[in-house]
Design a protein around this ligand. Structure first.
Ligand code: SF4
Length: 421
């Protein structure tokens, strides 16, 4: 490949599933002998794996093209993902070479390799959302924490969410294929994060379940963390399965979206705040110090001031260890997309107030966890200090870390070993 492009950069926006898809594509390029960029840096070829979950994410996806062109004006640019699935024209207009959608990303990577190395023309983009799972066993990523995608798509159609229209119906990966990927990364990683677009739906299409999948992982000597789950999946059978894992991480990202029952109904979420709270209590019965994190949307079009206050009060009642606060973002094509949005100042004020609740809850959870023995997995460096996470997902800093190093610690603040804030 003397005159052929040698360096590939895959720039990923959005969720962990997109990140996983990018890793699967990178594996194809590595196998074909390409050099892989570590971040958004100079490369001959760029693949932009885009996101459409909010307007902001979509805007960033478009802006990434300008960023790439600034780094290398002669770069060859290929676009795929949710934003280009939703509206391919917005990328075609800015002069990129190829625009695809959410499906067949591994095949796309193989087709691009064939095009770059032997001039074989890329097939036309297919914007259908297929009903089969694209297998990616053997994917090797560059991270110390390995994200393993076990499910794609979603059948829930929450009223604000564009994802089911872009990623298609829920489909699950076979347990054999998941085991094959775990076996391949056993030597290299100490933690895996089991992810999906709607992880709780795992197995429903193949006569299995998330609990059954967890039961099959009990022999793996790895820290196992779950990606975002729905409250409905939590029951004793599910929690019993987690206790049988060798190193389960008691960190539950339990999607809430609103703490008000009426808003939940308008969002087409299928639980009440009371039902949700019962699941939280059950988790704490098994894991008193569980990290329970969530997503909350503020300023949903029908959300009144009183309902927003209910949402804040509920967040405090649950005592989340962290909250991702999202100001509502209208997506055309969704049911809620037809509703009139609230004024921007209402949205900003609610995001700020929920942000204050979040900060207080983070501090409270940190205080609760101090002085207790914790296992920390160090992975990266920030401002000269090693950064690690406990099993219940508290971020800690130390001078004495190491890449992929597991260490016991009894933290008295976020800063271990006498390193001061
Ligand atoms: S569960 Fe709801 S929010 Fe999550 S991907 Fe499915 S439709 Fe979207």
């Amino acid at each position: 490949m003397s005159d052929a492009p040698r360096k590939i950069c895959i720039f990923t926006l959005g969720c962990k599933v997109n990140l996983y898809d990018s890793d699967a594509m990178l594996a194809v390029f590595k196998e074909a002998g390409f050099e892989v960029a570590e971040g958004l840096e100079y490369a001959d070829v760029y693949i932009l794996n885009t996101c459409a979950v909010t307007r902001e994410a979509e805007k960033k996806s478009r802006q990434s093209i300008a960023r790439v062109k600034k780094i290398n004006p002669n770069a060859r640019i290929f676009v795929c993902g949710c934003a280009s699935q939703r509206d391919s024209a917005q990328f075609e207009r800015v002069g990129v070479e190829y625009v695809g959608g959410t499906e067949g990303k591994i095949k796309l990577a193989k087709d691009i390799v064939a095009e770059l190395l032997s001039g074989k023309q890329l097939p036309a983009a297919d914007f259908s959302t297929s009903s089969t799972y694209e297998d990616s066993a053997g994917v090797v990523n560059l991270r110390t924490r390995h994200f393993i995608k076990v499910q794609d798509g979603c059948n829930n159609f929450c009223s604000y969410c564009i994802i089911p229209y872009l990623r298609g119906r829920s489909r699950s990966r076979s347990i054999e294929s998941i085991h094959a990927e775990l076996d391949a990364c056993l030597e290299r990683v100490k933690e895996v994060v089991v992810t999906g677009i709607n992880l709780s739906a795992y197995g429903k299409d193949i006569g299995s379940s998330l609990t059954e999948l967890i039961n099959t992982l009990s022999d793996y000597d790895l820290r196992i963390r779950l990606g975002s789950i729905e409250a409905g999946v939590v029951d004793r059978e599910f929690l019993d399965a987690t206790t049988r894992l060798k190193a389960f991480c008691p960190h539950f990202h339990l999607s809430l979206q609103s703490g008000d029952g009426e808003v939940l109904k308008a969002m087409n979420r299928r639980y009440t705040p009371e039902e949700y709270l019962k699941k939280v209590e059950l988790i704490r019965e098994y894991y008193p110090l569980a990290g329970i994190t969530t997503d909350i949307i503020v300023a949903f079009p029908t959300e009144t001031e009183e309902q927003f206050e209910n949402s804040m009060a509920f967040a405090k009642r649950v005592a989340f260890s962290d909250i991702h606060v999202f100001p509502y973002s209208s997506r055309s094509g969704t049911v809620a997309g037809k509703l009139k949005t609230l004024p921007p100042e209402v949205s900003e004020s609610r995001a700020r107030r929920m942000g204050e609740v979040k900060q207080q809850l983070i501090d409270d959870f940190l205080a609760l966890s101090m002085g207790k023995p914790q296992e920390v997995l160090f992975e990266t460096v920030e401002d000269g200090l090693w950064v690690g996470h406990t099993r219940n997902y508290i971020k800690l800093f130390s001078e004495n870390g190491g890449r992929n190093l597991l260490r016991e610690a009894v933290p008295t603040s976020r800063y271990l070993d006498g390193v001061k804030e």
